[in-house]
Write a protein that binds this ligand. Structure first.
Ligand code: SF4
Length: 226
């Protein structure tokens, strides 16, 4: 189908997925990357055995109108949905703000959808030349770099986030964050990684106050989450 939409799940009320707004999060099915710490493995398959009908999502949102202010498209990787523009258009027409959680895996679709977005949570996996060590996908860093350039040029409000996996090196993380700061990223969140049992996996950077202070100076807002 030309503009198919595969929904793998929905959270009808969330306070943490869109800054400052009560939101509904819609999780799209499918991701071509294979990040070492992915918590949404069940959403990676591009060929789901079942999908929630898009009409059901719209009906749910109709009921939530006036209570929920924003709808956040997450995943999986929402940019892989052929019907993403249609989904954004449907939800925008209902009066919701639109948020997108993405790793920037399809710059062309990102460019098309950006003018309709109110806020983006953009995942940075590592330094762009070492993305493959986390995503296990060749050239994923080049692709993400293109998408980040588009996002910065768009002036859509956004936050960049990096999840710190145990394989990641402090000096490479620092260089990566200084690089994206120089590109124009103003808000940055460093997130602790969780294992399959949802336990935090510690990393030396989180107890390295000097380094965290140095990084905080690179951004208008710098948070550690986890
Ligand atoms: S990009 Fe996101 S959904 Fe895809 S594998 Fe990585 S963490 Fe999982």
């Amino acid at each position: 189908m030309g503009d198919s939409i595969f929904v793998g799940g929905v959270v009808s009320l969330t306070t943490v997925d869109y800054p400052g707004c009560l939101a509904t999060a819609v999780f799209f099915q499918g991701c071509e990357w294979r990040c070492r710490y992915c918590q949404n493995g069940h959403l990676q398959s591009l060929l789901p055995t079942e999908s929630l009908p898009w009409e059901d999502i719209l009906n749910l949102l109709q009921v939530r109108k006036g209570f929920v202010e924003a709808v956040v498209f997450s995943g999986g990787e929402p940019l892989l949905q052929k019907g993403l523009l249609r989904a954004v258009d449907d939800v925008k027409k209902m009066g919701f703000k639109i948020g997108l959680h993405t790793s920037g895996a399809d710059p062309d679709r990102f460019a098309k959808v950006l003018p309709f977005l109110n806020w983006v949570g953009f995942d940075i996996k590592y330094s762009f030349d070492r993305y493959e060590e986390i995503t296990r996908i060749k050239d994923s860093g080049k692709i993400a770099g293109k998408s980040l350039d588009l996002l910065i040029a768009s002036h859509v409000a956004f936050e960049a986030r990096m999840t710190v996996h145990e394989k990641m090196k402090v000096d490479i993380i620092v260089a990566a964050l200084k690089n994206i700061s120089s590109l124009g990223v103003k808000k940055m969140v460093l997130q602790k990684c969780r294992d399959r049992n949802e336990n935090v996996v510690e990393h030396p950077i989180f107890s390295d106050k000097l380094t965290l202070d140095e990084l905080a100076k690179c951004f208008d807002s710098f948070l550690v989450r986890g």
